[in-house]
Design a protein around this ligand. Sequence first.
Ligand code: COA
Length: 260
Amino acid sequence: MTEPLLLTETAAGVRTLRINRPDKLNALNREVIDALDAAFAEAARDPEVRVVVLTGAGPKAFVAGADIAEMHTLTPVQGRDFSLRGSRMMRRIEKLPKPVIAMINGFALGGGLELAMSCHLRIAADSAKVGQPEINLGLIPGFGGSQRLLRLCGRAATLELCLTGAPISAERALQLGIVNRVVPATDLETETMTLARQLAAAAPLALRGLLDCVNVGGECSLEEGLEYESAQFGLMFATEDMREGTRAFLEKRKPTFTGR
Ligand code: COA
């Protein structure tokens, strides 16, 4: 029996998706892209899932990029379709109404860094290396790399990474604001799961409102973003979780959130 390309596990509200092509450093071919797209759509629908953790199988890589062997023979039209396929899947992740954490356990290169950047939070092992090496293949990023990197860490770092193609260390990625945290490789799983469980215990509708605010705010004027935040804030007063959270504070106890 062939191994699935995506390993799925759910515990205590945390769904872990592990890309499972370790012999190819988890490179993104069309099948993996489609499997991720379906898995994230399912995670969005499943009320048991409060948080998603995305990682790669094996000791070396999160994802070492789009599949170069598959891309090598594509025509221009197929190249565009391949780009759209990956981009749409990553946009689904970015707009997921639940937090998604990239657990970067090794190389996150090209499509791997693009995939990590479409997640809401990134925790990297100190041994991880990230970069946009497409230039070395006569290519440019095709799953949003030039755009998300620009928004995450600005023009100078984006141009440096994309023009040189040179990978950088996790520590440097932290300095540039590309990742949220760097932890010793041996602690990566524990630290990520601690954060994931913390988010899984938070009020799901508030998490969703916040993700919406940041997604919308990143793409509109400050005035429009502020209006949007006020509307989302008001919406929270319709939730049982908001009543529970504020009541629990006043009663000096821990809240229990139900997602209603
Ligand atoms: N696409 C397809 N296959 C890939 C791949 C990718 N992006 N990255 C790695 N692989 C494959 C290799 O071809 C090799 O397969 P093989 O054993 O059948 O020959 C296997 O994964 C292991 O990779 P290898 O290069 O032997 O590992 P390494 O430890 O020597 O080097 C990297 C690791 C990440 C530095 C190197 O694999 C690399 O540069 N990968 C491409 C990165 C890239 O350019 N990504 C952007 C793509 S747009």
